[in-house]
Write a new protein. Structure first.
Length: 293
């Protein structure tokens, strides 16, 4: 299956795709471009917001209609009506060469967010959990490139990857407490097909993994570790993916042109754009930050 070009954004590092149900829109960030975008589905109208910071992740808050952004050095809320950005919590502000990366919200509204060194130096990052009262807890340390935090449809397993390891880890997850216990290495990705980056979950419990350097999004069975399918993308650096659309049957895919030479961009001119595919299976809704009203 081939992905189709959705929008020619030409981002440096497109990441963090998020389906906003109320607005029927896909959001995504350009981390190094210091901005984020909204694509209204299916009309195709787009909007771009400029930021003073690198943003890596987008979610929503249960407490209001604002977005939640993970920024370099902080977690913040963003008002789409006024454009006002409010910093809610400092996060590794003192580690000036670190930034946030991928994240997700669990069923209880806790925000999980990873950090990494901007030059991808090994072991400089961590994985944090933030509850609705903004209590911060470090869950993992010695992380290099924190990515792909998703939960099984029943919420009892959490899948996570530190990309350079080429592995997706499975953790037994307690929804009530947020405690996680390592279960096993669920998936090992061959380097020839790229490194595991952003992930999302379908309703059958299968993982869709954007594979950086692998020209595609791959469908994996995390119970058996077997690769099941691939959506081909005409760009090498495939960074993340998210289900959305009215029926949750569209797969939105982000890519990057970070560190590509002029020759490489000439060879793969669609790098940094966003793509769409209809893989024949529906995704599961993602959760918002904070307690439900």
């Amino acid at each position: 299956m081939q992905a189709s070009l959705l929008y020619q954004s030409e981002n440096i590092l497109a990441e963090g795709p998020y389906w906003h149900v109320a607005r029927q829109s896909f959001f995504w960030v350009d981390i190094d471009g210091k901005c984020f975008h909204e694509y209204q589905w299916p009309q195709g109208k787009t909007k771009r917001w400029e930021l003073d910071y690198r943003a890596s992740f987008i979610s929503e808050s249960h407490d209001n209609d604002k977005l939640i952004l993970a920024l370099q050095g902080a977690i913040a809320s963003f008002d789409l009506q006024t454009g006002k950005l409010d910093r809610l919590l400092e996060l590794e502000k003192e580690i000036t060469n670190n930034r946030t990366n991928d994240g997700g919200c669990d069923s209880q509204g806790r925000l999980w967010i990873g950090t990494m060194d901007r030059q991808c130096s090994p072991g400089k990052g961590s994985l944090y959990c933030i509850d609705s009262h903004f209590h911060l807890q470090k869950k993992l340390s010695n992380i290099s490139v924190s990515n792909g935090i998703v939960w099984s449809p029943d919420g009892k397993k959490m899948y996570y990857t530190d990309s350079p390891t080429q592995q997706v880890q499975s953790f037994l997850f307690d929804e009530q407490t947020g405690n996680m216990e390592f279960e096993k290495i669920a998936i090992t990705v061959d380097r020839q097909s790229g490194s595991p980056d952003g992930m999302c979950m379908d309703e059958e419990g299968m993982l869709w993994i954007a594979q950086w350097g692998g020209f595609g999004v791959y469908r994996w069975n995390p119970l058996t570790g077997k690769m099941l399918d691939k959506i081909e993308v005409p760009a090498p650096q495939v960074s993340s993916c998210a289900f959305g659309g009215e029926n949750m049957d569209q797969l939105f895919i982000t890519t990057a042109r970070e560190n590509m030479s002029e020759e490489e961009i000439h060879k793969f001119p669609l790098s940094g754009n966003v793509f769409i595919a209809q893989p024949g299976v529906k995704g599961i809704p993602v959760h918002k930050f904070g307690k439900r009203k």
